[in-house]
Design a protein around this ligand. Structure first.
Ligand code: E4P
Length: 231
């Protein structure tokens, strides 16, 4: 299905926004807007933050009510499961992030079976998304931007996964990741992604439009001329 075709209806009433960062100050500022429904982190974002993974994740979980993805770093299922269990103890809103490998899928099945939210990450194909849903993933994270980086169409992948999940009533939520532009976000909404995660700088740009700024400047000038006050 192309991005201009009508997306099938999804259960959630609106597409959710997750902040893709481990920077506490940025998350706190976004949380104040009431527009952030969750947070995603990964080992690169933890490195960038310069913080201890357990400490910073605990602080993030206290700032937002929604799911906070924290990623395991082992490559073997049993070790992923042990790491996932430890991460899950941080807070009730932890989503354990596992990579889309056979070991990751095995860990996903076990961890979801124990009642945890699991986010299967590094998804680049519809078949991978199919496997993640079959493994009971709470979230599948297809990386839109990284596909665009190699001249493939990340939004087409989101649309394909939407169709496949709807064909079989899979409840796994499509968490479009690696969104780098505001157009990625609106395109994801057009094809029915359940959630988009994007860096705070991209989320902040969502409200910006030069005609809004221009129109507001005119209204303010004219209002001053009236000499009136509301308060
Ligand atoms: C989120 O879950 C991903 O780790 C993140 O969106 C990757 O984004 P990037 O491709 O810009 O690094």
């Amino acid at each position: 299905m192309g991005r201009n075709q009508k997306a099938p209806k999804i259960e959630s009433k609106f597409m959710k926004f997750f902040a893709d960062t481990a920077e506490i100050d940025e998350i706190a500022a976004l949380a104040e807007t009431g527009m952030v429904d969750g947070v995603t982190t990964n080992p690169s974002l933890i490195l960038k933050s310069g913080r201890d993974i357990l400490e910073v994740t605990r602080e993030i979980c206290a700032l937002v009510d929604g799911p906070v993805s924290a990623e395991v770093v082992s490559l073997v299922a049993d070790d992923m499961i042990a790491e996932g269990r430890k991460l899950a103890k941080i807070a009730e809103n932890i989503a354990i992030k596992v990579p889309l490998t056979w070991d990751g899928l095995k860990a996903c099945k076990v961890l979801t079976g124990e009642g945890n939210m699991v986010n299967v990450t590094l998804c680049f194909s519809a078949n991978q998304a199919l496997l993640a849903a079959k493994a009971g993933a709470t979230f599948i994270s297809p990386f839109v931007g990284r596909l665009d980086d190699i001249n493939l169409d990340g939004i087409d992948l989101i649309a394909d996964i939407r169709t496949i999940y709807d064909n079989y009533d899979f409840e796994t939520q499509i968490l479009a990741a690696s969104a780098r532009t505001v157009n990625h976000i609106s395109d994801c909404a057009l094809v029915g992604a359940d959630i988009v995660t994007a860096p705070p700088a991209v989320l902040r740009k969502l409200a910006a439009h030069p005609l809004t700024d221009k129109g507001l400047a005119t209204f303010m000038e004219d209002w001053k001329k009236t000499g009136q006050k509301i308060l």
